[in-house]
Design a protein around this ligand. Structure first.
Ligand code: CP3
Length: 374
């Protein structure tokens, strides 16, 4: 048995540590739930803050605003974790690529990486250039402390995976076919490798600084790992994420800081993902959770994996889907499940549907909670 005090947050003053415990495969009094993109455009209060800030980027770059929008979904819903409000593209922005968000088009880089000279110029960004992220992290962590001195829920930090960041850096924005990066992969693998090396060092420093600033768990978003072929995924995405996971501080202030890898479309590779030593694996909705559990056993926690479109269903349909997902994960009987969507929540989601989902997860898992918490 591991020393309980060192692996849990029982003594940290977390009022609700179910999320951290689930990531560490420990029993919890209910199945914890949070939602990818839980702070965002489906919430009218988010849109109001974004309007005040003037733009998404100014919102993300101003710690007061970032703190405000991080807390918005927690004030509305009984969520079990907070996630830093920021974006994965802050890192390439700080590497000098010039990030803009174009309405209806998504992110655009003014100076994408196209050739050898561009790659040669890339450097790990200074801590100062991303200080606004670390300041927001510290401010959010403090704002999570209630009047009685206990922290409401843990705070998640995050970054993009090197491969996913490279997709945006080379394509210059969102892409349908990823032809530019795949052309580089098969014509100039040396260049792509060099880019991924620098970017890996950058995200390791980025997540380390977030942990030092107060992030209590970290998640790596590998949104575009699933566009790679079998074999190419292991070489061009997973190997770099493995280096990240192994280089991050496992503990901070004496407490374990669990890590999560989410490769969208990566269901076929979870055995390889588990072998990186990561604490938890994010699953999208194409994966059968029972199969995932059979593959990884209790080596890793599993997070996911409900289709975000169930939130457009009736309340009864949402409850039925929650029940089915819990059964598929055998949650809460088996420890190590964090309830989540299989990808980010849609901006068109009715906010009331989220209440239905979260209440259903808690009600259905509290009823036969495996262990009473004291
Ligand atoms: O989950 C959260 O609540 C934390 C905040 C968060 C955002 N982006 C805020 C955001 C997180 C974790 C991200 C991660 C992110 N960003 C990913 C990985 C996860 C995923 O969705 O696959 C990716 C690929 C990005 C890059 C990015 N940022 C894109 C492609 C876009 C535009 C897409 C869109 O939905 O319009 C963004 C912008 C963005 N990041 C928004 C938010 C709330 C919307 C911006 C707005 O308010 O206009």
């Amino acid at each position: 048995m591991r020393d309980f005090r060192r692996t849990t947050h029982a003594m940290t003053g977390l009022a609700n540590d179910t999320f951290i415990r689930a990531l560490l495969r420990q029993p919890t009094p209910h199945t914890p739930v949070w939602l990818m993109r839980q702070a965002g455009r489906y919430l009218p209060e988010y849109l109001a803050t974004r309007k005040k800030a003037g733009s998404f980027l100014n919102l993300a770059k101003t710690p007061d605003y970032a703190t405000e929008v991080t807390l918005q979904p927690l004030d509305r819903y009984d969520l079990d974790a907070a996630i830093l409000f920021s974006d994965i593209l802050t890192v390439p922005d700080a590497m000098g690529l010039g990030l803009r968000f174009v309405e209806g088009e998504g992110p655009v880089f003014d100076r994408p990486i196209r050739d050898e000279a561009d790659v040669a110029k890339l450097r790990v960004p200074s801590r100062e250039s991303l200080q606004y992220v670390y300041d927001a992290t510290t401010q959010i962590r403090r704002s999570l402390v209630r009047g009685d001195g206990l922290q409401r829920v843990p705070l998640i930090g995050f970054s993009g995976s090197p491969w996913t960041l490279a997709c945006y850096m080379i394509e210059g924005g969102s892409s349908r076919d990823f032809l530019k990066i795949k052309t580089m992969l098969y014509r100039r693998p040396d260049l792509l490798h060099q880019l991924l090396e620098v970017t890996t060092c950058a995200v390791i420093d980025y997540l380390t600084a977030q942990i030092e600033a107060g992030a209590q768990a970290v998640m790596v978003f590998d949104t575009w790992g699933g566009t790679l072929a079998h074999g190419a995924y292991q070489k061009w995405s997973l190997a770099f994420m493995e280096r990240m996971v192994r280089s991050l501080p496992r503990e901070h202030d004496g407490f374990r800081v669990p890590s999560i890898i989410f490769t969208k479309g990566g269901g076929g590779w979870i055995s390889d993902i588990a072998a990186t030593g990561v604490d938890a694996i994010g699953l999208d909705w194409t994966m059968d959770p029972a199969v995932a559990r059979a593959v990884v056993g209790q080596r890793c926690a599993l997070q996911g994996n409900v289709d975000p479109s169930i939130l457009f269903g009736t309340d009864d349909a949402i409850r039925a889907e929650v029940a089915a997902a819990l059964a598929a994960f055998d949650s809460p009987r088996l420890p190590g499940h964090v309830f989540n969507l299989g990808h980010g929540i849609s901006q068109f989601t009715p906010p009331a549907a989220v209440t239905t989902l979260i209440e259903a997860v808690h009600e259905m898992t509290r009823a036969d909670a495996p262990v009473a918490m004291t």
